[in-house]
Design a binder for this molecule. Structure first.
Ligand code: 0X9
Ligand code: ZN
Length: 412
């Protein structure tokens, strides 16, 4: 067993040194976005090649070195107050990679196990852990393969339910998607932390286990692996859409208010038709199995410290019919996070505090999937150091996020 772990670790270390997309001299600007109109103005840059919005509120934008002058001129001309916060993104990615490599080497030597929240787990580590939990806690946990990706990776779900790890049919179901966006590593880790707590400390969480939990922690394994091995900033899946452009944004691919988007190269490309992607189909058919008990849907993303409720497809926004309950649940969760030291999450409608987006999983869950409640959580990001968290911060962010899962699950 130890040999296998050592082999996997070494294989990962080799993979990690394979050719990576370089972000040398890419800049990140922190921009003050005062009003919604200003965000819309800024978002016109979204599909420009070499421009990448790091957080959905448009506060942090990564710019290709050759666009820097043009972008700065735009900011000045339109009176955006801004600050250059990262001068060379590649340096921050290198630091992240170095930490990971050193961490993994140390672990091979010490023979320590996977279960810690000091490094970002790769898909195989996550799946191995899920399988271990199913083997060790058969009365609480089951694991299933719910689909295959284009690159033939498994998509796995874990069910945590006091009825032998099977959805009872009589309790509310809490359904979670993590890692729909490949690069949002902190989201996946926070979901793993939730799984770890719920299963390995189940005696402490009887109030959460009055629900059945169905969780897909890595909803986009091809994209997630690609963000580790080749391009840290990858967001979509890895479906080859055209000869030149790869990937569908799974959070635009769901069959509720899906909208055609022509630019296949865009980071928010919605796919040729609704639910075209295997990952989307896997999530939807899993939801459909529990149709009568679907209560709370959580789409876990990073970043921005936001608790967003539907619908997000229209502006002026169309609130879900039970918006008042959503807001109350969101505010309760916000207070629960504040009670453990923050951060201060903002609660609001996604189209109101962000932008409109068609075909997202939260809208689908509530609009078509049969869920009573649905939220997108944008967890905490990486400060001034990078896109996502430094690995040393995973635990802190995951513990805060846990308060949201707990508060909401106890509230339904
Ligand atoms: O744009 C998205 O898909 C989400 N933000 S992210 O930065 N993680 O990409 C926000 C989705 C919010 N939900 C809806 N608009 N329905
Ligand atoms: Zn996301």
């Amino acid at each position: 067993m130890k040999c296998t772990v050592a082999f996997v670790m070494l294989a990962l270390a080799v993979l990690a040194t394979a050719e990576q997309v370089s972000y040398r001299n890419y800049k990140v600007y922190q921009i003050q976005v005062a009003a919604k109109e200003q965000l819309a103005q800024l978002k016109r840059w979204e599909d420009v090649d070499g421009v990448d919005f790091w957080d959905p509120s448009g506060r942090r934008v990564m710019i290709h070195p050759q666009l820097q002058e043009k972008f700065e001129n735009f900011l000045k001309a339109n009176h955006f107050s801004h600050e250059l916060i990262i001068d060379d993104v590649e340096t921050t990615i290198e630091a992240e990679r170095k930490y990971d490599q050193e961490y993994r080497r140390a672990r091979v030597v010490s023979g320590r196990s996977t279960v810690d929240f000091e490094h970002f787990w790769r898909t195989q580590e996550i799946y191995d852990y899920m399988d271990e939990l199913a083997a060790e806690y058969p009365s609480l946990v089951s694991v299933e393969v719910i689909g295959q990706t284009h690159e033939n990776r498994e998509i796995k779900s874990i069910t945590i339910a006091t009825t032998n790890g099977q959805v009872s049919g009589s309790k509310p179901v809490v359904f979670i998607d993590g890692g729909v966006h490949a690069r949002e590593w902190g989201a996946i880790m926070s979901v793993m932390y939730l799984i770890h707590e719920l299963v390995e400390h189940s005696d402490m969480y009887a109030d959460m286990l009055v629900n059945d939990w169905v969780i897909v922690p890595v909803a986009n394994p091809d994209g997630y692996e690609f963000s580790h091995t080749s391009n840290r900033m990858w967001r979509k899946n890895r479906f080859p859409v055209t000869i030149l452009c790869t990937g569908v944004d799974l959070n635009r691919n769901f069959d509720y208010m899906w909208n055609f988007s022509a630019n296949a190269c865009s980071d928010t490309y919605a796919g040729a038709i609704a639910a075209s992607e295997k990952e989307t189909q896997a999530l939807v058919s899993l939801m459909n199995r529990y149709r009568n008990n679907l209560t709370l849907y959580l789409a876990v993303h990073t970043y921005g410290d936001l608790i967003l409720y539907p619908f997000g497809y229209a502006w002026p926004f169309i609130p879900v019919s039970n918006a008042v309950e959503h807001i109350a649940m969101g505010q309760k969760a916000r207070s629960a996070v504040l009670a453990v030291g923050g951060p201060d999450y903002t609660v609001g409608n996604s189209a109101e505090i962000l932008y409109t987006a068609y075909g997202a999983s939260d809208d689908y869950a509530v609009g078509a999937g049969g869920f009573t409640y649905g939220f997108t959580l944008e967890l905490t990001g990486g400060g001034n150091q990078g896109f996502d968290l430094p690995a040393t911060e995973i635990q802190r962010v995951a513990q805060a996020a846990f308060q949201i899962y707990k508060s909401m699950a106890e509230d339904i």
